[in-house]
Design a protein around this ligand. Structure first.
Ligand code: ADQ
Length: 454
Protein backbone atom coordinates (compact mmCIF):
# COMPACT_ATOMS: atom_id res chain seq x y z
CA UNK A 1 0.00 0.00 0.00
CA UNK A 2 1.37 3.41 -0.95
CA UNK A 3 1.43 6.22 1.58
CA UNK A 4 -1.19 8.93 1.01
CA UNK A 5 -0.71 12.60 1.78
CA UNK A 6 -3.98 14.54 1.94
CA UNK A 7 -3.59 18.27 1.36
CA UNK A 8 -6.68 20.24 2.40
CA UNK A 9 -7.48 23.76 3.54
CA UNK A 10 -8.04 22.58 7.14
CA UNK A 11 -6.46 19.83 9.21
CA UNK A 12 -8.90 17.11 10.33
CA UNK A 13 -8.26 18.20 13.93
CA UNK A 14 -8.79 21.47 15.80
CA UNK A 15 -7.76 22.72 19.21
CA UNK A 16 -10.44 22.83 21.89
CA UNK A 17 -9.39 24.20 25.27
CA UNK A 18 -5.77 23.40 24.43
CA UNK A 19 -6.33 19.78 23.27
CA UNK A 20 -6.55 18.50 19.73
CA UNK A 21 -9.88 16.92 18.86
CA UNK A 22 -10.99 15.34 15.58
CA UNK A 23 -13.38 17.55 13.63
CA UNK A 24 -16.75 16.00 12.77
CA UNK A 25 -17.62 15.42 9.13
CA UNK A 26 -17.85 12.77 6.45
CA UNK A 27 -14.55 13.48 4.73
CA UNK A 28 -12.58 12.99 7.93
CA UNK A 29 -14.54 9.85 8.84
CA UNK A 30 -13.89 8.38 5.39
CA UNK A 31 -10.22 9.20 5.15
CA UNK A 32 -9.08 8.56 8.72
CA UNK A 33 -9.17 4.75 8.48
CA UNK A 34 -7.46 4.87 5.08
CA UNK A 35 -4.69 7.15 6.28
CA UNK A 36 -4.21 5.11 9.45
CA UNK A 37 -3.79 1.95 7.39
CA UNK A 38 -1.21 3.44 5.03
CA UNK A 39 0.62 5.50 7.62
CA UNK A 40 -0.53 8.68 5.89
CA UNK A 41 -0.19 12.40 6.56
CA UNK A 42 -2.58 15.34 6.42
CA UNK A 43 -1.32 18.79 5.46
CA UNK A 44 -3.60 21.72 6.35
CA UNK A 45 -4.23 24.86 8.35
CA UNK A 46 -4.77 24.38 12.10
CA UNK A 47 -7.42 27.09 12.48
CA UNK A 48 -5.14 29.45 14.43
CA UNK A 49 -3.59 32.42 12.67
CA UNK A 50 -0.07 33.70 13.26
CA UNK A 51 1.18 30.50 14.91
CA UNK A 52 3.89 28.13 13.71
CA UNK A 53 3.35 24.54 14.84
CA UNK A 54 5.60 21.54 14.35
CA UNK A 55 4.14 18.39 12.73
CA UNK A 56 2.58 16.08 15.32
CA UNK A 57 0.67 12.82 15.45
CA UNK A 58 -3.03 12.56 16.26
CA UNK A 59 -5.26 9.50 15.75
CA UNK A 60 -2.24 7.70 14.26
CA UNK A 61 -2.04 10.26 11.44
CA UNK A 62 0.84 12.67 10.95
CA UNK A 63 -0.62 16.19 11.05
CA UNK A 64 1.38 18.83 9.19
CA UNK A 65 0.15 22.33 10.11
CA UNK A 66 0.53 25.07 7.49
CA UNK A 67 0.79 28.53 9.07
CA UNK A 68 -1.44 31.41 7.92
CA UNK A 69 -1.27 35.03 9.02
CA UNK A 70 -4.49 36.90 9.70
CA UNK A 71 -3.84 39.14 6.68
CA UNK A 72 -3.48 36.02 4.51
CA UNK A 73 -6.68 34.60 5.92
CA UNK A 74 -8.46 37.78 4.80
CA UNK A 75 -7.02 37.93 1.30
CA UNK A 76 -6.79 34.20 0.57
CA UNK A 77 -9.75 32.66 2.41
CA UNK A 78 -12.40 35.35 2.86
CA UNK A 79 -11.24 37.17 -0.26
CA UNK A 80 -10.23 35.03 -3.21
CA UNK A 81 -11.74 31.72 -2.04
CA UNK A 82 -15.07 32.96 -0.78
CA UNK A 83 -15.71 36.22 -2.60
CA UNK A 84 -14.30 35.20 -6.01
CA UNK A 85 -14.19 31.43 -6.52
CA UNK A 86 -17.20 30.36 -4.42
CA UNK A 87 -19.73 32.65 -6.15
CA UNK A 88 -18.17 32.18 -9.61
CA UNK A 89 -18.29 28.39 -9.34
CA UNK A 90 -21.89 28.54 -8.05
CA UNK A 91 -23.40 30.15 -11.14
CA UNK A 92 -22.55 33.71 -9.98
CA UNK A 93 -25.69 33.73 -7.80
CA UNK A 94 -23.91 36.59 -6.05
CA UNK A 95 -21.57 38.68 -8.21
CA UNK A 96 -18.00 37.37 -7.91
CA UNK A 97 -15.36 39.97 -7.07
CA UNK A 98 -12.08 40.07 -8.94
CA UNK A 99 -9.26 41.69 -6.99
CA UNK A 100 -5.57 41.43 -7.84
CA UNK A 101 -4.70 42.09 -4.20
CA UNK A 102 -6.60 38.90 -3.29
CA UNK A 103 -5.21 36.77 -6.11
CA UNK A 104 -1.67 37.42 -4.83
CA UNK A 105 -2.24 35.86 -1.38
CA UNK A 106 -4.04 32.94 -3.11
CA UNK A 107 -0.80 32.24 -5.01
CA UNK A 108 1.43 32.73 -1.95
CA UNK A 109 -0.69 30.53 0.28
CA UNK A 110 -1.04 27.77 -2.34
CA UNK A 111 2.73 27.85 -2.77
CA UNK A 112 3.14 27.34 0.96
CA UNK A 113 0.78 24.34 1.06
CA UNK A 114 2.71 22.82 -1.86
CA UNK A 115 6.03 23.38 -0.07
CA UNK A 116 4.83 21.78 3.17
CA UNK A 117 3.38 18.86 1.21
CA UNK A 118 6.62 18.37 -0.76
CA UNK A 119 8.53 18.06 2.51
CA UNK A 120 6.61 14.96 3.54
CA UNK A 121 5.96 13.48 0.09
CA UNK A 122 8.15 10.45 -0.65
CA UNK A 123 8.90 9.18 -4.19
CA UNK A 124 6.32 6.43 -4.02
CA UNK A 125 3.60 8.37 -2.19
CA UNK A 126 0.33 9.73 -3.48
CA UNK A 127 -0.54 13.42 -2.93
CA UNK A 128 -4.31 14.02 -2.83
CA UNK A 129 -5.26 17.70 -2.97
CA UNK A 130 -8.75 18.78 -1.89
CA UNK A 131 -11.00 21.53 -3.17
CA UNK A 132 -11.19 25.03 -4.59
CA UNK A 133 -8.94 26.68 -2.01
CA UNK A 134 -5.93 24.76 -3.35
CA UNK A 135 -6.32 24.66 -7.13
CA UNK A 136 -2.76 25.83 -7.77
CA UNK A 137 -1.18 23.13 -5.58
CA UNK A 138 -1.14 20.31 -8.19
CA UNK A 139 0.96 22.37 -10.63
CA UNK A 140 3.24 23.77 -7.93
CA UNK A 141 3.80 20.31 -6.47
CA UNK A 142 4.47 18.90 -9.94
CA UNK A 143 7.25 21.47 -10.40
CA UNK A 144 8.83 20.40 -7.10
CA UNK A 145 8.28 16.62 -7.55
CA UNK A 146 8.00 15.84 -11.28
CA UNK A 147 7.58 12.08 -10.75
CA UNK A 148 4.93 12.26 -8.00
CA UNK A 149 1.41 10.83 -8.26
CA UNK A 150 -0.97 13.74 -7.70
CA UNK A 151 -4.77 13.67 -7.42
CA UNK A 152 -7.20 16.55 -7.04
CA UNK A 153 -10.81 16.45 -5.88
CA UNK A 154 -13.21 19.37 -6.34
CA UNK A 155 -16.06 19.42 -3.80
CA UNK A 156 -17.98 22.23 -5.49
CA UNK A 157 -19.23 22.46 -9.09
CA UNK A 158 -16.83 23.29 -11.90
CA UNK A 159 -18.70 26.05 -13.75
CA UNK A 160 -19.69 26.20 -17.42
CA UNK A 161 -17.15 27.87 -19.65
CA UNK A 162 -19.29 31.01 -20.15
CA UNK A 163 -18.88 31.74 -16.44
CA UNK A 164 -15.37 30.43 -15.90
CA UNK A 165 -14.11 32.63 -18.77
CA UNK A 166 -14.72 35.73 -16.65
CA UNK A 167 -11.91 34.81 -14.27
CA UNK A 168 -8.85 36.96 -15.02
CA UNK A 169 -6.61 34.09 -13.83
CA UNK A 170 -8.42 31.32 -15.72
CA UNK A 171 -5.36 30.12 -17.58
CA UNK A 172 -3.18 29.92 -14.46
CA UNK A 173 -5.83 27.88 -12.66
CA UNK A 174 -6.42 25.44 -15.52
CA UNK A 175 -2.70 24.90 -16.10
CA UNK A 176 -2.09 24.35 -12.39
CA UNK A 177 -4.92 21.81 -12.16
CA UNK A 178 -3.44 20.00 -15.14
CA UNK A 179 -0.39 19.32 -12.97
CA UNK A 180 -2.44 16.47 -11.43
CA UNK A 181 -2.63 12.90 -12.77
CA UNK A 182 -6.30 12.50 -11.83
CA UNK A 183 -8.87 15.29 -11.54
CA UNK A 184 -12.09 14.17 -9.88
CA UNK A 185 -15.45 15.95 -9.71
CA UNK A 186 -18.88 15.41 -8.13
CA UNK A 187 -20.90 15.24 -11.37
CA UNK A 188 -20.68 14.47 -15.08
CA UNK A 189 -21.53 18.09 -15.83
CA UNK A 190 -18.48 19.28 -13.88
CA UNK A 191 -16.23 16.81 -15.71
CA UNK A 192 -17.55 18.13 -19.03
CA UNK A 193 -17.17 21.76 -18.00
CA UNK A 194 -13.58 21.20 -16.94
CA UNK A 195 -12.72 19.40 -20.20
CA UNK A 196 -14.15 22.36 -22.16
CA UNK A 197 -12.09 24.85 -20.16
CA UNK A 198 -8.90 22.76 -20.49
CA UNK A 199 -9.34 22.67 -24.25
CA UNK A 200 -10.04 26.38 -24.52
CA UNK A 201 -7.53 27.83 -22.07
CA UNK A 202 -4.65 25.33 -22.12
CA UNK A 203 -4.97 23.73 -25.55
CA UNK A 204 -5.37 20.32 -23.91
CA UNK A 205 -6.57 17.51 -26.21
CA UNK A 206 -9.45 15.30 -25.16
CA UNK A 207 -9.19 11.64 -26.18
CA UNK A 208 -12.12 9.41 -27.01
CA UNK A 209 -11.72 7.80 -23.58
CA UNK A 210 -12.30 11.16 -21.94
CA UNK A 211 -8.66 11.61 -20.90
CA UNK A 212 -6.79 14.83 -21.48
CA UNK A 213 -3.36 15.03 -22.99
CA UNK A 214 -1.31 18.09 -22.24
CA UNK A 215 2.42 18.78 -22.55
CA UNK A 216 3.29 15.07 -22.97
CA UNK A 217 1.26 13.99 -19.98
CA UNK A 218 -2.06 12.18 -19.68
CA UNK A 219 -4.58 13.49 -17.15
CA UNK A 220 -7.51 11.31 -16.17
CA UNK A 221 -10.90 12.80 -15.41
CA UNK A 222 -13.18 11.06 -12.95
CA UNK A 223 -16.75 11.50 -11.74
CA UNK A 224 -16.84 10.46 -8.09
CA UNK A 225 -19.89 11.72 -6.16
CA UNK A 226 -19.04 12.22 -2.49
CA UNK A 227 -21.27 10.56 0.07
CA UNK A 228 -21.83 9.88 3.77
CA UNK A 229 -21.10 7.13 6.28
CA UNK A 230 -24.59 5.72 5.72
CA UNK A 231 -24.48 2.95 8.31
CA UNK A 232 -23.43 5.40 11.02
CA UNK A 233 -26.48 7.59 10.29
CA UNK A 234 -28.71 4.52 10.11
CA UNK A 235 -27.44 3.26 13.46
CA UNK A 236 -27.92 6.58 15.23
CA UNK A 237 -31.41 7.00 13.76
CA UNK A 238 -32.39 3.65 15.31
CA UNK A 239 -31.11 4.52 18.77
CA UNK A 240 -33.81 4.85 21.44
CA UNK A 241 -32.49 8.26 22.60
CA UNK A 242 -32.73 9.73 19.11
CA UNK A 243 -36.23 8.31 18.53
CA UNK A 244 -37.36 9.63 21.90
CA UNK A 245 -35.94 13.05 21.09
CA UNK A 246 -37.66 13.04 17.68
CA UNK A 247 -41.03 12.39 19.35
CA UNK A 248 -40.38 15.14 21.83
CA UNK A 249 -39.52 17.52 18.96
CA UNK A 250 -42.81 16.76 17.25
CA UNK A 251 -44.62 17.66 20.46
CA UNK A 252 -42.60 20.82 20.88
CA UNK A 253 -43.57 21.72 17.32
CA UNK A 254 -47.24 21.57 18.32
CA UNK A 255 -47.84 18.08 16.89
CA UNK A 256 -48.30 19.54 13.44
CA UNK A 257 -49.66 17.09 10.93
CA UNK A 258 -46.80 17.69 8.52
CA UNK A 259 -43.37 18.81 9.65
CA UNK A 260 -41.30 20.22 6.82
CA UNK A 261 -37.56 20.64 7.38
CA UNK A 262 -34.65 22.55 5.85
CA UNK A 263 -31.05 22.14 7.13
CA UNK A 264 -28.22 24.14 5.60
CA UNK A 265 -25.14 26.19 6.19
CA UNK A 266 -26.42 29.75 5.91
CA UNK A 267 -25.23 30.29 2.35
CA UNK A 268 -26.80 32.11 -0.58
CA UNK A 269 -26.29 29.00 -2.73
CA UNK A 270 -28.76 27.03 -0.62
CA UNK A 271 -31.93 28.84 -1.75
CA UNK A 272 -33.33 29.32 1.77
CA UNK A 273 -35.17 32.54 0.83
CA UNK A 274 -37.03 31.01 -2.13
CA UNK A 275 -37.89 27.97 -0.05
CA UNK A 276 -39.45 30.22 2.61
CA UNK A 277 -41.44 31.99 -0.10
CA UNK A 278 -42.68 28.64 -1.40
CA UNK A 279 -43.83 27.72 2.11
CA UNK A 280 -45.57 31.10 2.45
CA UNK A 281 -47.38 30.26 -0.81
CA UNK A 282 -48.65 27.07 0.79
CA UNK A 283 -49.95 28.95 3.83
CA UNK A 284 -51.81 31.34 1.52
CA UNK A 285 -53.46 28.55 -0.41
CA UNK A 286 -54.44 26.13 2.32
CA UNK A 287 -57.58 26.32 4.43
CA UNK A 288 -55.78 24.53 7.27
CA UNK A 289 -52.46 26.34 7.80
CA UNK A 290 -52.00 24.89 11.28
CA UNK A 291 -51.48 21.45 9.78
CA UNK A 292 -48.02 22.58 8.67
CA UNK A 293 -44.85 23.57 10.48
CA UNK A 294 -41.69 24.52 8.65
CA UNK A 295 -38.44 24.19 10.56
CA UNK A 296 -35.33 25.81 9.12
CA UNK A 297 -32.01 25.04 10.82
CA UNK A 298 -29.22 27.27 9.56
CA UNK A 299 -25.58 26.88 10.61
CA UNK A 300 -23.63 30.13 10.94
CA UNK A 301 -21.08 30.35 8.14
CA UNK A 302 -18.45 32.82 6.85
CA UNK A 303 -19.84 35.55 9.07
CA UNK A 304 -16.99 37.88 8.11
CA UNK A 305 -18.06 38.04 4.45
CA UNK A 306 -20.55 40.91 3.79
CA UNK A 307 -22.76 38.85 1.42
CA UNK A 308 -23.36 36.38 4.27
CA UNK A 309 -24.28 39.14 6.72
CA UNK A 310 -26.81 40.52 4.21
CA UNK A 311 -28.24 37.06 3.64
CA UNK A 312 -28.73 36.51 7.36
CA UNK A 313 -30.77 39.72 7.75
CA UNK A 314 -32.79 38.92 4.64
CA UNK A 315 -33.72 35.44 5.92
CA UNK A 316 -34.58 36.75 9.38
CA UNK A 317 -36.84 39.43 7.92
CA UNK A 318 -38.58 36.89 5.75
CA UNK A 319 -39.18 34.52 8.69
CA UNK A 320 -40.53 37.47 10.70
CA UNK A 321 -42.83 38.50 7.88
CA UNK A 322 -44.27 35.01 7.32
CA UNK A 323 -44.85 34.48 11.03
CA UNK A 324 -46.36 37.98 11.30
CA UNK A 325 -48.69 37.43 8.33
CA UNK A 326 -49.82 33.89 9.12
CA UNK A 327 -49.10 33.19 12.80
CA UNK A 328 -51.56 33.31 15.66
CA UNK A 329 -51.06 33.82 19.38
CA UNK A 330 -49.09 30.78 20.56
CA UNK A 331 -48.39 29.53 17.01
CA UNK A 332 -45.74 30.46 14.49
CA UNK A 333 -45.68 28.54 11.19
CA UNK A 334 -41.89 28.89 10.77
CA UNK A 335 -39.42 27.79 13.46
CA UNK A 336 -36.01 29.19 12.68
CA UNK A 337 -32.81 28.05 14.42
CA UNK A 338 -29.53 29.81 13.69
CA UNK A 339 -26.99 27.42 15.19
CA UNK A 340 -25.01 24.25 14.71
CA UNK A 341 -26.52 21.07 16.20
CA UNK A 342 -24.66 18.05 17.47
CA UNK A 343 -25.07 15.00 15.29
CA UNK A 344 -27.66 13.17 17.42
CA UNK A 345 -29.84 16.26 17.70
CA UNK A 346 -29.57 16.83 13.94
CA UNK A 347 -30.64 13.24 13.28
CA UNK A 348 -33.61 13.64 15.65
CA UNK A 349 -34.77 16.52 13.41
CA UNK A 350 -34.40 14.32 10.32
CA UNK A 351 -36.37 11.53 12.02
CA UNK A 352 -39.10 13.98 13.06
CA UNK A 353 -39.55 15.49 9.58
CA UNK A 354 -42.23 14.28 7.16
CA UNK A 355 -40.92 16.33 4.26
CA UNK A 356 -37.31 17.39 3.67
CA UNK A 357 -36.73 20.45 1.49
CA UNK A 358 -33.28 20.52 -0.11
CA UNK A 359 -33.52 23.29 -2.68
CA UNK A 360 -30.11 24.81 -3.38
CA UNK A 361 -29.74 27.05 -6.42
CA UNK A 362 -26.43 25.27 -7.06
CA UNK A 363 -24.62 22.71 -4.92
CA UNK A 364 -21.61 20.46 -5.61
CA UNK A 365 -23.34 17.46 -4.05
CA UNK A 366 -25.40 18.22 -0.90
CA UNK A 367 -24.90 15.71 1.88
CA UNK A 368 -27.98 16.80 3.83
CA UNK A 369 -30.20 15.10 1.21
CA UNK A 370 -28.28 11.84 1.67
CA UNK A 371 -28.31 12.12 5.46
CA UNK A 372 -32.10 12.51 5.50
CA UNK A 373 -32.51 9.39 3.37
CA UNK A 374 -30.11 7.41 5.58
CA UNK A 375 -32.18 8.18 8.71
CA UNK A 376 -35.62 7.19 7.34
CA UNK A 377 -36.08 3.85 9.06
CA UNK A 378 -39.75 3.41 9.91
CA UNK A 379 -41.73 6.30 8.40
CA UNK A 380 -40.73 6.83 4.78
CA UNK A 381 -40.80 10.65 4.54
CA UNK A 382 -40.52 12.56 1.26
CA UNK A 383 -37.38 14.22 -0.09
CA UNK A 384 -37.84 17.29 -2.30
CA UNK A 385 -34.58 17.92 -4.11
CA UNK A 386 -33.31 20.69 -6.38
CA UNK A 387 -32.27 19.66 -9.86
CA UNK A 388 -29.22 21.91 -9.34
CA UNK A 389 -27.75 19.81 -6.51
CA UNK A 390 -25.14 17.26 -7.58
CA UNK A 391 -27.11 14.72 -5.53
CA UNK A 392 -29.95 14.89 -8.08
CA UNK A 393 -27.80 12.82 -10.50
CA UNK A 394 -28.03 9.92 -8.06
CA UNK A 395 -31.23 10.46 -6.03
CA UNK A 396 -33.65 10.19 -8.91
CA UNK A 397 -36.58 8.94 -6.86
CA UNK A 398 -36.79 12.20 -4.93
CA UNK A 399 -39.36 14.81 -6.02
CA UNK A 400 -37.02 16.88 -8.17
CA UNK A 401 -37.79 20.62 -8.49
CA UNK A 402 -36.50 23.80 -10.05
CA UNK A 403 -35.95 25.90 -6.90
CA UNK A 404 -36.40 29.17 -8.84
CA UNK A 405 -39.97 28.17 -9.68
CA UNK A 406 -41.55 29.13 -6.37
CA UNK A 407 -45.09 28.08 -7.40
CA UNK A 408 -43.83 24.67 -8.49
CA UNK A 409 -42.05 24.21 -5.15
CA UNK A 410 -45.29 25.14 -3.33
CA UNK A 411 -47.19 22.58 -5.40
CA UNK A 412 -44.52 19.94 -4.73
CA UNK A 413 -44.72 20.50 -0.97
CA UNK A 414 -48.48 20.01 -1.25
CA UNK A 415 -47.95 16.85 -3.27
CA UNK A 416 -45.44 15.53 -0.71
CA UNK A 417 -47.82 16.32 2.16
CA UNK A 418 -50.59 14.15 0.75
CA UNK A 419 -48.51 11.47 -0.96
CA UNK A 420 -49.85 8.02 -0.19
CA UNK A 421 -47.68 5.83 1.96
CA UNK A 422 -47.08 3.17 -0.65
CA UNK A 423 -45.64 5.67 -3.15
CA UNK A 424 -43.58 7.37 -0.45
CA UNK A 425 -42.28 4.01 0.73
CA UNK A 426 -41.36 2.82 -2.76
CA UNK A 427 -39.51 6.05 -3.48
CA UNK A 428 -37.66 6.01 -0.17
CA UNK A 429 -36.65 2.38 -0.59
CA UNK A 430 -35.01 3.19 -3.91
CA UNK A 431 -33.25 6.20 -2.41
CA UNK A 432 -32.05 4.15 0.55
CA UNK A 433 -30.63 1.50 -1.74
CA UNK A 434 -28.56 4.18 -3.49
CA UNK A 435 -27.16 5.78 -0.33
CA UNK A 436 -26.32 2.37 1.10
CA UNK A 437 -24.50 1.23 -2.02
CA UNK A 438 -22.77 4.50 -2.82
CA UNK A 439 -21.47 5.50 0.60
CA UNK A 440 -18.40 7.51 1.52
CA UNK A 441 -16.20 4.43 1.81
CA UNK A 442 -17.09 3.48 -1.75
CA UNK A 443 -16.25 7.05 -2.79
CA UNK A 444 -12.82 6.91 -1.14
CA UNK A 445 -12.16 3.47 -2.60
CA UNK A 446 -13.01 4.60 -6.15
CA UNK A 447 -10.89 7.76 -5.91
CA UNK A 448 -7.86 6.03 -4.43
CA UNK A 449 -8.07 3.04 -6.79
CA UNK A 450 -7.74 5.46 -9.72
CA UNK A 451 -4.69 7.09 -8.12
CA UNK A 452 -3.05 3.82 -7.14
CA UNK A 453 -3.28 2.66 -10.74
CA UNK A 454 -1.12 5.58 -11.97
P1 ADQ B 1 -21.60 22.24 2.26
O1 ADQ B 1 -21.91 23.39 1.37
O2 ADQ B 1 -21.29 22.57 3.64
O3 ADQ B 1 -20.45 21.31 1.66
P2 ADQ B 1 -23.40 19.83 2.52
O4 ADQ B 1 -22.89 18.83 1.55
O5 ADQ B 1 -24.88 19.84 2.62
O6 ADQ B 1 -22.95 21.33 2.16
O7 ADQ B 1 -22.79 19.51 3.93
C1 ADQ B 1 -23.19 20.19 5.07
C2 ADQ B 1 -22.86 19.37 6.30
O8 ADQ B 1 -23.10 20.20 7.43
C3 ADQ B 1 -23.75 18.16 6.42
O9 ADQ B 1 -22.99 17.04 6.81
C4 ADQ B 1 -24.75 18.53 7.52
O10 ADQ B 1 -25.12 17.48 8.37
C5 ADQ B 1 -23.98 19.56 8.32
N1 ADQ B 1 -24.94 20.51 8.89
C6 ADQ B 1 -25.81 21.27 8.23
N2 ADQ B 1 -26.56 21.99 9.08
C7 ADQ B 1 -26.15 21.66 10.32
C8 ADQ B 1 -26.51 22.09 11.64
N3 ADQ B 1 -27.43 23.02 11.87
N4 ADQ B 1 -25.86 21.57 12.67
C9 ADQ B 1 -24.89 20.65 12.45
N5 ADQ B 1 -24.51 20.23 11.25
C10 ADQ B 1 -25.12 20.73 10.20
C11 ADQ B 1 -19.57 21.36 0.52
C12 ADQ B 1 -20.25 21.52 -0.84
C13 ADQ B 1 -21.29 20.43 -1.02
C14 ADQ B 1 -20.63 19.06 -0.86
C15 ADQ B 1 -19.80 18.99 0.40
C16 ADQ B 1 -18.96 17.73 0.45
O11 ADQ B 1 -20.87 22.79 -0.95
O12 ADQ B 1 -21.92 20.53 -2.29
O13 ADQ B 1 -21.64 18.07 -0.80
O14 ADQ B 1 -18.90 20.09 0.50
O15 ADQ B 1 -18.17 17.58 -0.68
Amino acid sequence: MRRIIVIANRLPVAQKDGVWVTSPGGLVRALEPVLQRVNGSWVGWSGDTDSELEPFEHDEIEQVPVPLSSAELDGFYYGFCNSTLWPLYHDAIVAPEFHRHQWRPYVTVNQRYARYAAQVLGDDDIAWVQDYQLQLVPGMLRAMRPAATIGFYLHIPFPPIELFSRLPWRQQIIEALLGADVLAFQTRASVRNFADAARRFADARVSARGELSWRDRIIKLQRAPIAIDTSHFDRLARSPQVRQRAMQLRQELGNADRIILGVDRLDYTKGIDLRLKAFAGLLEQTSEPRKYEFVQVAVPSREDVPAYQDLRSEIEQLVGRINGDHGEPGWAPVSYLYRSLDLEELIAYYVAADVMLVTPLRDGMNLVAKEYVATRITEPGVLILSEFAGAAEQLRSALVVNPHDVDAVTATIQRAAVMDRSEARARMQRLRRTVRREDVFEWARACLAMLEAI
